[in-house]
Design a protein around this ligand. Structure first.
Ligand code: SF4
Length: 248
C-alpha cells in the first residue's frame, strides 16, 4: 500500500506530477515505494529508460520478452543496457503455456479470432507482466494521450485496482514531436523500425507499418475491427484468465 491510494490523494499526486519535468516525475514516483518500469523498447519507453539511467533513479526496468519480438527490438535491449549501464530484466512466457496455447489454437491462432488473440497475449504478455509486477508498489509506463483515442484521457497517476498498485504515466502529456525532438537532442538509441513506418512496435506477427493519416497504434492487430483493441496490459480483461487453462 502507498500513501496515495485514496481518490483525493491520487488527484493531488496527479496535479503534483503535472508540474514536474520528466526526471522529477520519475523521482517522485520512485519515492513512493518499489517502482517498476515496464518497457517495450518503443520510442517513448526509451526516453524513460534514458532518464532512469542518466539520473541513476532507483527504478527497476523490465521488459516482456514474448518470444515473438522483432529482431530489432531484441537487439535494442542489449544496446540500451550498455548505453545506460543498467539491467533490463526479461520476463518470458512459460513453455507449458505456449504448448497449451499451440495445442488449442495453433501457434499463430491469434489471427483467427479475438478470443484466440487475447489468449495469446494473456500467455505471452499478461502472465509475464504479473510476474514482473509482483511485489511492486508503483508501475511506471510510457503511455501517452496521443497514442490512440483509447489513451486520450491517460492521467499522470491512477490506481490499478486489478493489480493493487499505483500506475504512473510520466509521459502522458508528451506528443510524438516532443518525444522525437528529445530523442534527437539526447541521442537516445531507438528502434530503427520507427523510421520505416512503425510508430508502435509489438510482436512481429501482430505489427505492421501504418499508412499516412492513421493513428500511431493502427498497425497493431490491424485485422481486428475494434478501435479500442489493446493487448490487455493497460485495460482490464476479466475474461482473459479463463481463456486458457492457467499453468502453475
Ligand atoms: S501481440 Fe500477437 S504474438 Fe504477441 S502476445 Fe499478442 S497475439 Fe501473441
Amino acid at each position: 500500500m502507498t500513501q496515495h491510494q485514496t481518490p483525493h490523494d491520487i488527484a493531488s499526486l496527479d496535479a503534483e506530477l503535472a508540474g514536474l519535468p520528466l526526471a522529477g516525475r520519475l523521482s517522485l514516483a520512485a519515492s513512493l515505494g518499489r517502482a517498476v518500469f515496464t518497457t517495450s523498447l518503443g520510442i517513448e519507453d526509451q526516453v524513460i529508460t534514458a532518464a532512469i539511467g542518466t539520473h541513476r533513479l532507483p527504478i527497476e526496468v523490465v521488459t516482456l520478452e514474448t518470444g515473438r519480438l522483432f529482431m530489432e527490438t531484441v537487439c535494442l535491449i542489449g544496446a540500451t543496457e550498455e548505453r545506460y549501464g543498467l539491467l533490463i530484466r526479461r520476463f518470458r512466457p512459460l513453455e507449458q503455456d505456449i504448448d497449451a496455447y499451440a495445442a488449442r489454437y495453433g501457434l499463430n491462432g491469434f489471427y483467427e479470432s479475438v478470443e484466440a488473440r487475447h489468449a495469446c497475449c494473456h500467455v505471452r504478455k499478461l502472465k509475464p507482466l504479473a510476474a514482473a509486477l509482483a511485489g511492486a508498489d508503483i508501475w511506471i509506463t510510457g503511455l501517452r494521450r496521443g497514442q490512440s483515442g483509447n489513451r486520450a484521457a491517460t492521467p499522470f497517476a491512477e490506481y490499478d485496482p486489478e493489480r493493487n498498485l499505483l500506475k504512473i504515466n510520466p509521459l502522458a502529456d508528451w506528443d510524438i514531436e516532443t518525444i522525437r525532438a528529445h530523442v534527437a537532442a539526447e541521442d537516445i538509441p531507438i528502434n530503427p523500425m520507427h523510421d520505416r513506418g512503425y510508430p508502435s512496435i509489438g510482436c512481429e506477427p501482430c505489427t505492421r507499418a501504418i499508412k499516412p493519416g492513421e493513428s500511431e497504434r493502427a498497425g497493431r492487430w490491424w485485422w481486428e475491427n475494434d478501435e479500442k483493441r489493446e493487448c490487455g496490459l493497460h485495460v482490464a480483461e476479466p475474461a482473459a484468465s479463463s481463456i486458457i487453462a492457467p499453468a502453475h
